[in-house]
Design a protein around this ligand. Structure first.
Ligand SMILES: Cc1ncc(COP(=O)(O)O)c(C=O)c1O
Length: 337
């Protein structure tokens, strides 16, 4: 797959490493039913505390630069990792950055409203506009972009999670990267697992797998924002839009998109007991940090499925560590202990 025809602003040291979860394996022993768990370290980064959004931002900021933009605007929840990394990458690359953040998660603690990602948005120098839960953040962002354009600025707007077809290219490229790494180490992967929020990470992987001639069902996600049905429909749309940039004659169907919605709990950003257990377990056996909103719930789902023997003994499963560490500091009242 050729990604060189897309403008790209390098932000990462790629490929990100793939590592076995030996400490977790020793701790859980037989309850893993012989499944071999690996992580892809998309949480490692040179700046901004890292996370999956940097792969999307390489293509989004590449497109912004190619269009001559001087300002980027994006949207998200108050504790959005995408917003924080957009602010960090914009600062590093010389763009002004504005964020429209909605109070969509029903939490009003100081830690949630002021610490974690929200604090870092300010530290990275972004201009932040906070909006009520029900506000149309993208509408506000577009209106602000028009206002800035009228004043002579060149503005590029990214949607929630950076999950436009251009942003999703980041995870199509990641799929190709994983296939090369697996081949080089003779790792026969049974599954690549990711969290599903704005659907772009899974969509990019599915598109990249299909464009590489592989089964898109090698990728699986656990929904943490939408219900499984809605996430499947959105992911399919985004995957096909991304695929049209890579292999215009190919298309994915609904059953190419594997999504499990059973570990979302009572809603986006609302902690579950199994998420807390998963975050602590990986921290205490590997020294690795999941996050409370995305990867914690997805890893809990993966552990549940491995314990329920959904994979045969000997299967190799790769979990993509998507970052989100600052989110831990937004939930001290449930994370401590
Ligand atoms: C830490 C983390 N993991 C996973 C995701 C999910 O990625 P996507 O929005 O592409 O589905 C996000 C998205 O916000 C995230 O911040």
């Amino acid at each position: 797959m050729d990604f060189t025809r897309f403008p790209r602003l390098p932000l990462l040291d790629l490929p990100s490493p793939i590592e076995p979860l030996d400490g977790l394996g020793r701790h859980l022993g037989g309850s893993l039913n012989g499944v071999r768990l690996f992580v892809k370290r998309d949480d490692l980064a040179r700046f901004g505390i890292g996370g999956n959004k940097l792969r999307k931002l390489e293509f989004l900021l590449g497109a912004a630069r190619a269009e001559g933009a001087d300002t980027v605007i994006t949207v998200g929840a108050i504790q959005s990792n995408h917003a924080r990394l957009t602010a960090a990458a914009a600062a590093r690359s010389g763009f002004a950055c504005e964020l429209f953040l909605t109070r969509s998660v029903p939490r009003s603690t100081d830690a949630y409203t002021r610490s974690g990602n929200r604090l870092l948005d300010d530290v990275f120098g972004a201009t932040v506009h906070e909006l009520p839960a029900e506000a149309d953040s993208l509408g506000h962002a577009e209106a602000r972009a028009e206002e800035l354009r009228a004043a002579g600025r060149r503005v590029y707007v990214f949607p929630s999670g950076g999950s436009s077809p251009v942003g999703c290219l980041g995870y199509a490229a990641c799929a190709a990267e994983i296939l090369v790494q697996a081949e080089a180490t003779s790792l026969d992967l049974a599954q690549i697992v990711v969290p599903n929020g704005s659907c772009g990470t899974h969509a990019g992987l599915a598109a990249g797998l299909r464009a590489s001639g592989r089964d898109p069902r090698l990728a699986k996600s656990y929904a943490v924002l939408e219900t499984a049905d809605r996430a499947r429909a959105i992911t399919l749309d985004k995957a096909n839009a991304t695929l049209s940039l890579l292999a215009p004659d190919a298309a994915l169907a609904a059953d190419d998109i594997l999504i499990d919605g059973a570990h979302r709990g009572s809603g986006y950003g609302i902690p579950t007991e199994e998420m807390l257990d998963a975050v602590r377990l990986l921290a205490r056996t590997e020294g690795l940090l999941l996050d409370p909103v995305y990867s914690g719930k997805a890893f809990a789902g993966l552990l549940h499925d491995v314990r329920a023997a959904r994979y045969p003994a000997g299967a190799a499963v790769l979990f993509v560590m998507t970052g989100g560490v600052p989110g831990l500091f937004a939930y001290p009242e449930v994370m401590a202990g």
